[in-house]
Design a protein around this ligand. Structure first.
Ligand code: MN
Length: 228
């Protein structure tokens, strides 16, 4: 047994739907601007430039359905996204074999301190302060691919306090899930335990403490998160 000089930091596990089992999270990758209408609302051309990626920390994940409004921002935005969880990985994964690495799917929020992200973009600085902060990744349980089948299309939506904010189809993604796994695996060595937040549709906007965010993805169901 290794002697630790501090207490072992907590690991993050996503529950697996319909079971007592859990999925241990190694890394959290996110893709930027993966829906054309969202790219436009952020002031960019939605052309098929190579995709870009950023990361959140596994310990930014929250599972209890609550999102604590963070410090240092007065413009915190919701971004609803489908989660893809990997059961295996590697480098230079082909598009045609990428789906074999998927364990399952879930619903996630890429909560964003938009004011800090804008400032970072403007100054050519990294995005961590805008993206990788405490509780910035509320995640649902995972649904194994054996139960859902490969998910390439289907409705994705978000209501805030009962009002529709984001509403699109997963097939509107600029880079498909197999394509993003393949491209990510050129930049990084992917492994079991990695999850990917696959981008958000148009309609992102600010939330306030007290707001109720209700996400929905066809075949995955609903995931409700309260802002406090
Ligand atoms: Mn996002």
């Amino acid at each position: 047994m290794t002697n630790l000089v501090i207490k072992k930091p907590l690991s993050t596990y996503l529950p697996v739907a319909g079971s007592e089992s859990n999925f241990p999270v190694r890394r959290v990758y996110c893709i930027g601007r993966n829906y054309a209408e969202h790219a436009r609302e952020m002031g960019h051309d939605p052309d098929r430039d190579p995709p870009f990626f950023f990361q959140k920390n596994p310990d930014n994940i929250v599972l209890d359905g609550f999102f604590k409004y963070p410090t240092m921002s007065s413009d915190v935005h919701h971004e609803v996204e489908m989660i893809v969880a990997l059961k295996s990985g590697g480098s230079s994964i082909s598009v045609s074999s990428a789906n074999q690495h998927i364990f399952g799917y879930g619903i996630g929020f890429d909560m964003t301190r938009r004011d800090l992200q804008h400032q970072a973009k403007k100054m050519g600085r990294p995005w961590e302060v805008g993206k990788a902060f405490e509780q910035s990744a509320p995640c649902s349980e995972l649904h194994p691919i054996e139960k859902t089948g490969v998910i390439e299309k289907g409705k994705i939506s978000l209501h805030v306090n009962g009002e529709i904010r984001q509403n699109a189809d997963l097939s509107d993604m600029i880079w498909s899930v197999p394509e993003m796994i393949s491209i990510l695996s050129e930049y990084f060595e992917l492994a079991a335990g990695d999850i990917i937040l696959t981008g958000t549709p148009a309609g992102v906007g600010a939330v306030r403490p007290g707001d109720n965010m209700k996400a929905y993805i066809e075949r995955l169901g609903e995931f409700v998160v309260m802002v406090h």
